[in-house]
Write a protein that binds this ligand. Sequence first.
Ligand code: ADP
Ligand code: MG
Length: 698
Amino acid sequence: MTNPSRKPLDLQTEIQFLRGVGPARAKQLKTIGVRTIGDLLTYFPARHQREEARLIENLDEGMVATVVGQVAAVRSQFGRGGKTVRATLLDNTGRCSLTWFHAGWMEGKLERGMVLRATGRVGEYHKLPQLVNPKFEILSEEDAEPVDESEAPEFLGVYPATAQISSKSIAKLIGDNLDAMLKAVVETLPSEIVGRRQLRPRRWAIRAMHRPAAEDDLAGARRRLAYEELLLMQLAVMLVRRERGKGGRALPLDCTELIDERIRARFPFALTAAQDRAVEAIAADLRGEKPMNRLLQGDVGCGKTVVALYAALTAIANKSQVAIMAPTELLADQHFRSIEKYLAGSRVRYTFLTGSRSKRDRFQATTRIARGDMDLVVGTHALIQGDVQFRRLGLAIIDEQHRFGVRQRATMRDKGLDPHFLVMTATPIPRTLALTAFGDLDVTVIDALPPGRSPIETRLYGRGRDGDAWRFVQSRLDAGEQAYVVYPIIDESDKLQLRAATAAYEDLAKRIFADRRVGLLHGRMAKAERDVVMSAFVAGELDILVATTVIEVGIDVPNATCMVVEHAERYGLSQLHQLRGRVGRGDKRGYCLLLSEQVAPEQNERLSVMTQTTDGFRIAEEDLRLRGPGEMLGTRQHGLPELRVANLATDAELLLLARDDAGVLLREDPSLSAGKHRALREALKAQYAGARSFFKAG
Ligand code: ADP
Ligand code: MG
C-alpha cells in the first residue's frame, strides 16, 4: 500500500485513495454512504461505549476485557511461530498472563514495573487467565491508579456497521487517518457566531466525536456540529423562501366587511377564537400580491374545513377560482360533502373532480373550469393533471400537504398561475419539524376545539385482553351508540393484508358480534360499494363498521362514540391520534380502545402516551422522539435534509438559535459573499444544491 503523496488530504478525494483502503474496502464503504474522505470523517459513532477495566479476579474465559496492572515479569522465547513475548501482570486481586505471538516488534517494549492497560479476549494458560495478543497502552504514574470498577472509564466509538464492514474496522480506518484528515477541515462558521453561541471549533468537534478525551467533550462536539447542520438547513430554507417571494404575483383578494359578514352567515355557529385568528391571518395574506403560503394546522375536528371554506369564499367573492385538493378520493369526497352542506342555497358553482369520473363528465367539468364558469373545484391530485386549465385560479387549498409533493405544487404555479396556497394538516407537527420540512410556510395553529366536546377516553389492552375490549363495545352498543373497528392495512394493494382484515371482519361479524349489524369498508372496494356501506353506517343501519385505515380520512358520525384499533402497535402515535379524532365528535363522550399484540408493559410504553394525553402536539413530540422525522412524516418526499448529528426532537432550542442567526446573516449579507462567509457559503452549496438559483446569481 502506498500513499500517493504527502500533500494534505482533500476531503473531496475518493475514499479509495486513503491509506488502508483498497478497492474491496472502498466498495464496502460505499454501501454505508462513504464515498469520499470527507464522508468518512463525518461518519460519526452512533454511540460511545465505556471500556470497563476489570479486576483480574473477575476475568472470565471468553470475554473481551481490559485490565490494568503492573508488569511483574517479562520473558521472550523463540518458537516455530517466531518470537513469543509473555508478561505477567499483577493487580490487587490477582495475576494474569499477557501473551504476544509473532511479536518481534515487541522487543524491548516492556519492562518489569511498568503499568499497562491491556485489552483482549480472556483465555487460560497454566491455570492463569491469559490475554492473547492484547492491545495495550503503557500508563504514566498518575494514570496508574488502582481499578475501581464503578468509575467511569474511557469512551470508544461504536460506528453504525453492516455485515460487510464492522464497527471495529471503521474505527481503525478513522483512527489511523484521523490526524491527516483533520488537517483538511476548515472552520465554516464566522467567528462572531462561534463566539456568541459559545461553540467549539469545527476541527476540535470532529475529533471529539471520534475520540472524545472525556465524556464532557461529546456534548460540546455534538452541540457544535448540530448547530452547524441546523444553521445550514435554516439558511437553505430561507433562501428557498426568498426565491419564492421574489417569484410570481398572485391576485390580491380583498375580504371586505360585507364579504366577511356574508361568509359568516353561511355557518350555523360562531367561529371559535382560534378560528378567528386563523381567518384573520389568511385574510391579511390574501389581500397581498405576494402569494400566500400558509400551513393551517390543527387536530381533527377543530374546524379547519370551515376556515378553508372561509378563504375559498373570499376568493370567489373576488371573482377568482378555487381548487381544493386532497390526497385520496375518500378525503376529497369528505370535503365535498361538508362544503355541499355549507353552500346549500348559495350561488357558488362547484364540482367534484377525481380520476374516477367518466371521461364525459370530466370533459364537461374541465371545459367549464377553463371557461371560468366554475368557481370551486374539489378533487384529488387528478385536479392538476395535464388537461385541467383554470381560467383564473386565485387560491389552491391543499389538505395533508406532506403527502403532496413539492413538485406537484410547483406544477400549479408553472401553468402561468400563481395562486395563493393554503395547506391544511391534522397531523400535529412539532415546531421544529414545521420549521424544517415546511420551513417555507407560515404556520397558523388552531389550538382549541369547538365548544361542547368532551375529551376522548383512551384505554390500552395488551394481548389476550381483547375480550374486555369487546365487552366494553357491547355496552356502548347497548346504549344505542355505534362503533368503529379499525384494522391496519398499510398498503391497500397488499392482498395478504387485505385478507387478514377480511378474516378479522368475519370473526367479528359471525362470532363476537353475531347479533349485531356489522359492515366492512376498505380502500379496494368500488366507490359505489363503499358509499352504500358508509351511508348505512351514517344512517345508523349498521352498529359496527370494520374499516381499514381509510377511515382515518373518512366520516363524521356523531353517534359513533367508540373506536377499537386492532394492532395499535403498528401505528405511529400521531396516526392513532388522528384516528381517534373520529369519535366523540357529537356531544356524547368518545372512547378509543387500543388493542396491542404486545404483552409486556414496557413494550406498550409508547402506546400508553395515548392514554395519558389528548394534546396532539405533545403526542407529536413524543412520536418524533421515538420514530424520527422521516418515519413520522411517513414518506420519502418529506424533503427533509439528512441530519447526521442534530436531532429535531431534542435540539429545538438549538434550532431556534440557528434560525435567528440565519436570519441575521442573510439580512447583513444577502448573498453570503463577504470573505468571512465564504466557507459557510461553500458548505451550503455543497449540501443544498437545491437552493440553486441563489448560487447561480452570485
Ligand atoms: P376539521 O376539518 O379540522 O377536522 P371541521 O371543519 O370538519 O374540522 O369541523 C369539525 C366539526 O365541528 C364539524 O362538524 C363542524 O361543523 C364543527 N364546527 C366547526 N367549527 C365550529 C364552531 N366554531 N362551532 C361549533 N362547531 C363547529
Ligand atoms: Mg376536516
